[in-house]
Design a protein around this ligand. Sequence first.
Ligand SMILES: Nc1ncnc2c1ncn2[C@@H]1O[C@H](COP(=O)(O)OP(=O)(O)O)[C@@H](O)[C@H]1O
Ligand SMILES: [Mg+2]
Length: 290
Amino acid sequence: MRARMLGHAPEELTRGRLRRLGEGIGKVVYASPHWVVKRERSPSEILALIAIWKMARRLEKILPGRLGRNLLQHPSRQLRFLRVVMQGVVRVIPQSVWYSTHAGEMWRVYRHRDERGERLAKEYLAGSDLMPEQVGFPPVRVEIGGWPGWLNVSEATERVEATLHQRLVQLAGAGRFEEVELWLERLLDLRKRGWRRGVFSVDAHLKNFGVTGERVVLLDAGGLSDDWAEIERRLAAEERVDKPHVALGLEAVLRERPDIAARFNARWRATVNRDEVGRHLSAAQDSASN
Ligand SMILES: Nc1ncnc2c1ncn2[C@@H]1O[C@H](COP(=O)(O)OP(=O)(O)O)[C@@H](O)[C@H]1O
Ligand SMILES: [Mg+2]
């Protein structure tokens, strides 16, 4: 992650209204043709989303395969409305109460991982091409589609062509399964290169990776860890997963191609395990202490 300082913001950021491009639990991302800027959600917004997500999970169990899943997978206008309503609820409940709930706990975990990830990305990934390029500049006001209409920003990130998840869905839809397999291989490759630098992502889902040219890059530093005890616990849990491709949300993408799913799962198991990750991470330590 290279934070190049510019004398002024890229012109395209201030030329027109920026479109909402993507969102996660903690950030909303707006795009110009080559750059994105991020808005950090407020604590009440994040808590509201977590509360909705928990309700949707419960609904999913009651209404298998329908409303619950739709709520989780298609953040729609209705969902945004629900979030605003829920945010009102969050605001009238004292913070000390929220803190003690499970949603409050999840919020603390998110915030902790996000801050730590940013720090680790600077420490371990600076100067690499594992993440999109970042630039800094004197603060400017940019216009954005939707609430709150504008943002003050002093950094931007290189826009990728698509998230890895979007790319895989597209390619599978077009029947281009050889490329699906190639991108999955590139994902494993990128992860290994991260381990060799000394970091492991405990939040490695396909919307946190992007594709640009022939590269997979990590979009979301949140979730990076260099704490072996934590990484080991995480891997122990992952090693028990029966079908990694299903856990990654690739069940539909690979439904027609059980052969690719089987090859991928075997590759994944042979790579994302305590022995392999430990071997790469200790190679990082050796080169750091030299
Ligand atoms: N550089 C980028 N180019 C294009 N889309 C991006 C970029 N960075 C993030 N996004 C989109 O925004 C979403 C949320 O960003 P992310 O950093 O993962 O925030 P969060 O911490 O809330 O998960 C991503 O899943 C992706 O869809
Ligand atoms: Mg994310």
